[in-house]
Design a protein around this ligand. Sequence first.
Ligand code: CP
Ligand code: NVA
Length: 310
Amino acid sequence: MKKDLLTINDFSREEILELFEKSGNLKEKREKGIEHLSLKGKSLGMIFNKHSTRTRISFEVGMYELGGQALFLTGDQLQLNRGETLKDSAQVLSRYLNGILIRTHDHQEVADLAEHATIPVINGLTDLNHPVQILADIFTIKEKLGKIENVKIAYVGDANNVAYSWMTGASLMGMDLKIACPSEFKPASLPPLNGNGKVEITEDPYQAVKDADIIYTDVWISMGDKGDLDKKEKLLTPYQINRKLLEATGKSSLVMHCLPAHRGMEITSEVLDGKSSIVFDQAENRLHVQKAILETLLLQRNLRRDSSYF
Ligand code: CP
Ligand code: NVA
């Protein structure tokens, strides 16, 4: 069976550790200027129904650096958004490409694409989760702290797609995650938690950050968010990452943000640009980890050949 990456749970803990090993090697090779053209002749289709800077560019540059090519396909230019079915599109794309990355709203759309495609599908963010982000984030934590297990993460802010993937990732990798968010924005349900990490949800940001190794946040309003957004911003105001909250950890914690940031909202510029912040190293690591994901998925053996499938 082909392997896709729709949620972090599509990988085992061991596979993620292997992925990090590969990411580290690819990063080192790039720094030393050593070519690594493992995906020569391969093509990745990238369907974007939402904006992106990091995801689009890290995957596109990643494919180029691995010797392949990436095709940026905006949803509104594909026949898919003029009524061609997902099933038909998936079958056609599988005959041209070696993998598909998709960023869209409905997670089910990604799952359906993966079901009908005979090539690997990578979730580049949905309203439900953002696995490629959190894999790169855990790699960054390993790089900075030298360990993953029992690392204490405080996620402070909106319990959105990024928080959801954090729950999956922290549980699987044995981390200790506390999410602080207003009760109105608590996750409606928890994702399947497949590991022995701890996941806790609280309304109190100060309780969440106590002893945290990492304080993490994301935007308060995500792409496609609906409802009373002014009210949401107001309720989230006490969850801003600022100097006072950072000092409340009681230790020298590191600050992460998946970006884009809304300075002065979920995080102050003082903290984002301060010495505790590792956000730009975190953003860079998207490239190295995304390359490792591409290599792992696009080079998997026993991919069903399109011609024998039909
Ligand atoms: N963090 C992240 O996924 O950024 P983009 O929306 O710019 O891709
Ligand atoms: N939660 C944000 C993440 C952006 C990378 C969003 O979905 O807009």
